[in-house]
Design a protein around this ligand. Structure first.
Ligand SMILES: CC(C)(COP(=O)(O)OP(=O)(O)OC[C@H]1O[C@@H](n2cnc3c(N)ncnc32)[C@H](O)[C@@H]1OP(=O)(O)O)[C@@H](O)C(=O)NCCC(=O)NCCS
Length: 170
């Protein structure tokens, strides 16, 4: 259940409250000439899945600030089901890290294979597009606490990379 966050005046939320599982049947329009789903299509689905998690957590407008590097470990074939599991790992002030795991599922056998895992940062914004505070995260389990501290390290690396990119802008 949501809990009032005395510092922010907004309700903190648990990880479970925003979890998402999304499915997508891979059709010919999703694939390359070899019958595998396009990488860009997988990224689009990941972005959508993570956006739903972010919206459920903060119940306000959000934008995608970043998606970390992505390694495609196994293809998803035409006719298979793509399964996306999204979960919030970390919350700072206005930003949230969402993890999305992608699997393929064979329709006839139910066999599942891990395709990739992505980490995205979403930022809560106000009506003028300015970053705004989002609810804090209630951590209930040891794996949730571990994911939170791992996400903190990724956030440090991301912000370093961002500062570097900004210096080379234009
Ligand atoms: C993301 C965005 C709102 C950040 O705005 P900003 O004025 O630069 O704000 P700040 O520097 O104060 O950053 C706000 C928060 O976002 C985080 N952030 C910003 N850019 C980030 C990035 N590239 N990766 C990870 N986190 C990022 C900051 O760490 C900060 O987090 P915190 O409030 O939790 O500490 C702004 O850059 C934007 O609107 N970008 C375009 C988003 C978009 O259109 N996405 C769709 C695809 S183009």
């Amino acid at each position: 259940m949501s809990r009032k966050d005395s510092k922010r005046g907004i309700a903190a939320r648990s990880v479970a409250e925003s979890r998402v599982e999304m499915t997508h049947i891979v059709l010919p329009t999703d694939t390359n000439p070899h019958g595998n789903i396009l990488g860009g299509t997988v990224m689009h689905l990941i972005d959508l899945c993570a956006a739903v998690v972010a919206h459920r957590h903060c119940r306000r407008k959000v934008v995608t600030a970043s998606m970390d590097e992505l390694d495609f470990l196994n293809p998803i074939r035409m006719g298979q089901i793509a399964i996306l599991k999204g979960r919030i790992n970390h919350v700072a002030r206005s930003s949230m890290e969402i993890g999305v795991e992608v699997y393929s599922e064979e329709i006839l056998t139910g066999d599942r294979r891990h395709c990739c895992t992505a980490f995205l940062t979403f930022v809560g914004i106000d009506d003028l597009g300015r970053p705004t505070e989002v609810p804090r995260l209630i951590l209930k389990t040891a794996p949730e606490r571990l994911r939170f501290s791992e996400a903190e390290e990724r956030r440090r690396q991301r912000l370093k990379r961002r500062a570097k990119t900004r210096r080379t802008d234009g």
